[in-house]
Design a protein around this ligand. Structure first.
Ligand code: IMP
Length: 431
């Protein structure tokens, strides 16, 4: 039965949350399957603004179950705070379920994230400092990993004591200034047992839940976090996150087989942004970049860091659309470009004098990229009131069509503002 995925095709922050919130109405289950509290999703409706980190953006429709599956890494403390914040606003979290396979972010992961931010190439990864990378590393390493299900076993306290002994040595070796025994095992056991008790009613086998839901022909909506260029295997390594944030991550993160995926909506901003380190070929380190930052309020939801802004990079988006298997596109934040007299799009890269439409696999090649741009006229009028494709000025329509053409994927949705209402569903016959 239909399973739809919403996946960011850039470096994250493409406004996926808004689209998930809208599509939830037509689905029976919403699933977060990778990443952790490094993500920040904003949902706006009825004049209210909600910021989400780990909780799926489907949470606002109380009849729809929201699952956090085994591919996610979960910090119980911040997760409980997020739930409590929503409950205070009258949002029910009754329908939230967490996989017993999800890995738990432990206090040492934060310390390790802080100490390991720098790559061997010298530039900072610029992580969100939420312990994401170290938790995934321990998952793959197996011996030092804690999963949600482990919190409810008899051996839990004993494991924490022995893990603290090892991690204290490692942390001391990495950073002697922090002392030899900075991890207090007794406190960690007590804190995490409290979290475990609080979360107990939500913890379940979400893989079994999903497989049954598919058997029952339920419509599933998968909500990706971050963007495909941050994918651990296919992104701009090492300046990436530690999970499969492109379309390829849906199956391994959730336990749902590829044959069930019937539609993948690739989410793109009408321009490009990036937070953290790493090359960014179309970056605008000038007043146009600042203009986009101001108009788009391009400051991190999680870390509040100013986002780096640049022109739309069609080479990168074509790569990630093909990699993720995007069937359609959703173009977000088109209104942010409304005041610009001219807009550029990168259509090709030049690397060592050779032109290409292929996205390089090596970060050093990406650093060398000379972007080749085409420039098109802007529309220079307010489009935030547009509700139908025909309401958009001709130049705005031409710009959106051009993005679809360059990526080789049709545009299905255009967003002209943060509110649910400010969304245009494009009838393919009008394109
Ligand atoms: P980490 O995911 O905290 O390990 O950070 C790794 C890289 O991914 C850094 O450059 C972060 O800025 C970036 N990153 C992680 N989560 C997001 C997100 O939700 N939006 C944009 N960038 C992100």
């Amino acid at each position: 039965m239909p399973a739809t995925c919403v996946v960011g095709l850039q470096w994250g922050d493409e406004a996926k949350g808004k689209i998930v919130d809208i599509l939830t109405e037509k689905h029976d289950v919403v699933v977060r399957y990778q990443g952790g509290a490094n993500a920040g999703h904003t949902v706006v409706f009825d004049g209210k603004k909600f910021k989400l980190s780990l909780i799926p953006s489907g949470i606002f429709r109380s009849q729809v179950p929201c699952l956090i599956t085994g591919g996610v890494v979960l910090n119980p403390a911040s997760f409980i705070t997020e739930i409590e914040g929503l409950q205070k606003e009258g949002v029910s979290c009754e329908n939230l379920r967490i996989s017993d396979r999800a890995h738990v972010i432990m206090p040492w992961h934060f310390e390790e994230d802080r100490l390991m931010n720098r790559t061997t190439t010298g530039e900072d990864i610029g992580t969100t400092q939420r312990g994401i990378g170290p938790c995934y590393r321990d998952k793959v390493g197996r011996s030092w990993a804690i999963r949600m299900g482990d919190l409810y076993t008899e051996a839990f306290a004993e494991r924490i004591y022995s893990l603290c002994a090892v991690k204290n040595k490692i942390l001391y070796g990495m950073d002697p200034a922090g002392g030899e025994s900075r991890l207090d095992a007794e406190k960690i056991v007590s804190d995490y047992l409290n979290y475990a008790q609080r979360l107990r009613p939500m913890v379940t086998d979400t893989t079994a839940y999903l497989l049954d839901a598919l058997d029952e022909n339920k419509k599933i909506l998968f909500e990706g976090a971050q963007g495909a260029l941050l994918d651990i295997d296919h992104g701009t390594f090492p300046y990436v996150t530690s999970s499969n944030s492109s379309g390829v991550g849906v199956c391994n993160g959730s336990g749902v087989a590829p044959r069930h995926i019937t539609k993948l909506i690739g989410i793109i901003k009408a321009y490009t942004t990036r937070v953290g380190g790493g090359p960014f070929p179309t970056e605008l380190d000038n007043e146009i970049g600042q203009h986009i930052r101001d108009e788009g309020n391009e400051y991190g939801t999680v870390t509040k860091r100013p986002r780096r802004c640049g022109w739309f990079d069609a080479v990168a988006a074509r790569y990630t659309a093909r990699l993720s298997g995007a069937s359609v596109l959703s173009v977000m934040l088109l209104d942010v470009l409304s005041k610009l007299p001219e807009i550029s799009i990168c259509t090709e890269y030049e690397i060592d004098g050779v032109r290409t439409r292929n996205f390089p696999s090596q970060v050093d090649d990406l650093r060398k990229v000379k972007p080749i741009f085409i420039t098109v006229p802007g529309w220079q009028q307010d489009i935030t009131g547009a509700r139908r494709w025909e309401d958009l000025p001709e130049n705005a329509r031409a710009y959106v069509q051009l993005l679809g053409k360059l990526i080789g994927t049709p545009v299905e949705i255009v967003s002209v503002g943060p509110d649910r209402q400010q969304t245009i569903f494009v009838d393919s016959s009008s394109l």
